[in-house]
Design a protein around this ligand. Structure first.
Ligand code: SF4
Length: 165
């Protein structure tokens, strides 16, 4: 979905979005029923946790480090789920947050590649993807996180238009 600003080769080199520390565990992807089934196909025995009504992967902490790798990550091949990865992963570094009562699409400052792209290109893609992203957030509201300072807002949902339709 992000091929206009992020190549598969750039992602393969990096994989930062597939590792977490204890401060950004909230960033781990929401696991829908479909994604859970697919995850169990590629990794039987994978365990999940229900955190405040949201299903997440249980991740093992790396010894002596504040670091957790997503269990779907193969360090040589990349994501075991291929193109069927969680929606959160398909749009990252875009995220949906709730800011002053509205849903907004933000950009994670953690992605070293996208964060250095021209802001005009990032915003243009955010506008292009917004209908798909908001529709998915309607189906999976757990994707919408409380706003976190430092995540630049690319666009806010036009609620007047939504309610008029
Ligand atoms: S599901 Fe795949 S893309 Fe998403 S965090 Fe895990 S390894 Fe990375």
């Amino acid at each position: 979905m992000l091929s206009k600003i992020l190549s598969k080769a750039e992602c393969a080199e990096c994989k930062i979005c597939c590792s977490f520390d204890s401060y950004d565990l909230w960033e781990t992807p929401v696991v829908t029923d479909e994604i859970m089934e697919r995850s169990l196909e590629v990794k039987p025995g994978q365990r999940f946790a229900d955190v405040d009504g949201t299903r997440l992967y249980i991740m093992e902490k790396e010894p002596d480090k504040d670091l957790y790798y997503c269990p779907m990550l193969d360090h040589k091949k990349g994501c075991l789920l291929g193109d069927n990865k969680p929606f959160d992963c398909r749009i990252w570094p875009f995220r949906i947050m709730r800011f002053e009562g509205r849903r907004v699409i933000v950009i994670s400052p953690v992605c070293p590649t996208v964060f250095n792209k021209p802001i005009s290109e990032i915003k243009e893609l955010a506008y292009e993807l917004a209908p798909v992203i908001f529709a998915e957030a309607d189906r999976t509201p757990q994707m919408v996180k409380p706003y976190i300072a430092g995540y630049p807002i690319m666009l806010a949902e036009d609620t007047s238009k939504t309610s008029a339709e």
